[in-house]
Design a protein around this ligand. Structure first.
Ligand code: HEC
Length: 118
């Protein structure tokens, strides 16, 4: 299994393990609707940590409708933009979601964003 995309910076140690875990979780839960660098059913997730802080991403992935219902401006806008299509709620832990974000960042090759995801 190739863990790291050709254009990504090589990772070592715990970061590599986290990205590998995130890779598997992303493929199992998110890839049917998302890609990192292109829009599929949902938006391209590349650059996510530049747009949203982890404190937004965690509750969103766990229960996006709750974030929309709270009146969060960004959430309402992205929800409306995608024709009010619901993203499923995921019973993932903070650690699992963080590893998915680390995977997304690794696919863009931004190692700075990986540090920000911790
Ligand atoms: C059934 C399709 C589907 C699945 C599966 C899915 N999403 Fe989504 N996602 C969407 C749609 C559609 C949107 C656009 C917002 C909305 O409609 O609520 C979205 C929006 C998002 C956003 C906001 C993106 C942005 O640029 O603001 C994030 C973050 C996100 N999804 C992460 C994930 C993660 C992580 C997973 C896997 C754990 C996942 N999604 C699984 C359909 C999906």
């Amino acid at each position: 299994m190739q863990l790291i995309a050709e254009n990504a910076k090589p990772l070592t140690g715990p970061e590599a393990a986290e990205v590998a875990a995130g890779d598997a979780l992303f493929k199992g839960n998110c890839a049917q609707c998302h890609a990192v660098n292109e829009q599929v059913v949902g938006p391209a997730l590349g650059g996510l940590t530049n747009r949203r802080p982890m404190s937004w991403i965690l509750p969103w992935v766990k229960n996006s409708s709750k974030v929309v219902a709270s009146g969060d401006e960004y959430a309402v806008a992205v929800f409306n933009k995608f024709n009010k299509q619901q993203i499923p709620s995921f019973a993932l832990s903070d650690k699992e979601i963080t590893s998915i974000v680390a995977y997304i960042n690794s696919q863009e090759g931004t190692s700075m964003a990986i540090a920000a995801a911790h």
